[in-house]
Design a protein around this ligand. Structure first.
Ligand code: PMP
Length: 363
């Protein structure tokens, strides 16, 4: 009997491509003829060093990372980078600028506030209940700021920027956790890009940091080496054993992205999936998404039912059809369908068919 795979709409850890999991499964107990899994080999041995180099090269190739950027594989997820970013780019007393568009950007802001900085929040989308992004040109970045930080995709609110903010000479730092690899990305516009892996890049724990050369080497003396961009760059991210399985899986995922047409094709599929789901919501008269249509996320689609008393039934019936983890974030309520790269079009179509049927029966 073929193994049963559900359509997992979790926001992260999220669905991974079945094809990739099958490759990992096939070589799990005997990786490259070693008689060991990739988790059991030394990170200092040639095979794993080549595996990590492949993941980096594939990431550089897929994203088009310019030569004057370093790619770092760090631990602690994206949350660690909320603190590592200011630790690497500032001294106490410095000014930093942030755009506040929801629950992930506020976490980044709070981490910066712990570091003795003047944290200038240039825009706060509270008045729209975080269903908008600040308009380009509606805020001024202080020239003295060490960086401007923003969250291109707010995973909880389902809001994404439809433009790249202009740092006006100040380096741009971005938390790409829930949108990296979903479409082409102009890395050269950024000073620092970071992302937790567990949405579009593999297992949880790994944080990928892409940092421009001139921003490396300015860490505070108190910065732990494992989060010091210079120390980790000098050690090829292997000061201590990296999350080897996560790095290996990232390489497999990037190979899969290349095989399936790269980021341009990925963007087309993602946009089409999102458009179909939003259309189904908007046309239903039963479901509702609160986000400004110009900044609706391709990756995370929150929606409510006309009557919240039906939520439990909706979730139970969806689950029975193999549509799992649709419950919305506790702070927002309702539902959330995360439709990252690995969610096939068939999964989105199955969700739409279920939603339409449910609304007809219960609406
Ligand atoms: N930023 C965003 C936008 C996220 O969605 C998340 C996780 N959901 C994080 C940061 C935190 O990442 P991690 O769990 O890897 O620490």
């Amino acid at each position: 009997m073929a193994p049963v795979r559900v359509y997992n709409f979790a926001a992260g850890p999220a669905m991974l491509p079945t094809e990739v999991l099958e490759i990992a499964q096939a070589e799990l107990t005997d990786w490259q003829g070693s008689g060991m899994s990739v988790m059991e080999v030394s990170h200092r041995g040639k095979p794993f060093i080549a595996c990590a180099a492949h993941a980096e090269q594939a990431l550089r190739g897929v994203l088009g990372v310019p030569d004057n950027y370093r790619v770092l594989f760090l631990q602690g997820g994206a949350t660690s980078q909320f603190a590592a970013l200011p630790m690497n780019l500032t001294e106490p007393g410095d000014t930093v600028a942030y755009l506040h568009t929801g629950q992930w950007s506020i976490k980044a802001i709070k981490a910066a506030k712990k570091q003795g900085l003047t944290v200038d929040v240039l825009a706060d989308e509270a008045p729209s209940n975080y269903t908008t992004v600040p308009a380009a040109g509606s805020y001024t970045v202080p020239a003295a700021a060490k960086y401007l930080h923003y969250t291109p995709n707010e995973t909880i609110g389902g809001v994404e920027f439809d433009y790249i903010p202009d740092g006006a000479g100040v380096p741009l730092a971005a938390d790409f956790s829930s949108t990296i690899l979903s479409r082409p990305l102009d890395v050269a516009r950024y000073g620092v890009i970071y992302a937790g892996a567990q949405k579009n890049m593999g297992p949880a724990g790994l944080a990928v940091v892409i940092v421009r050369d001139d921003l490396i080497g300015h860490a505070r003396a108190t910065t732990p080496d494992v989060w010091d961009y210079a120390a980790m760059a000098a050690a090829d991210s292997m000061l201590n054993p990296p999350p080897t399985f996560a790095v290996y899986l990232l390489g497999l995922i990037l190979d899969w992205i290349e095989r399936t047409g790269g980021l341009t094709a990925m963007a087309e599929r993602n946009q089409a999936k999102a458009a179909a789901l939003y259309a189904a919501i908007d046309d239903s008269g039963f479901y509702r998404n609160p986000v400004d249509p110009t900044v609706r996320s391709w990756m995370n689609v929150p929606f409510t039912l006309a009557d919240a008393a039906l939520d439990a039934d909706f979730l139970k019936e969806a689950e029975a059809q193999g549509l799992t983890n649709l419950k919305g974030h506790r702070s927002v309520g309702g539902m959330r369908a995360s439709i990252y790269n690995a969610m096939p079009r068939e999964g989105v179509d199955a969700l739409i068919a279920f939603m339409t049927d449910f609304a007809q029966r219960r609406g």
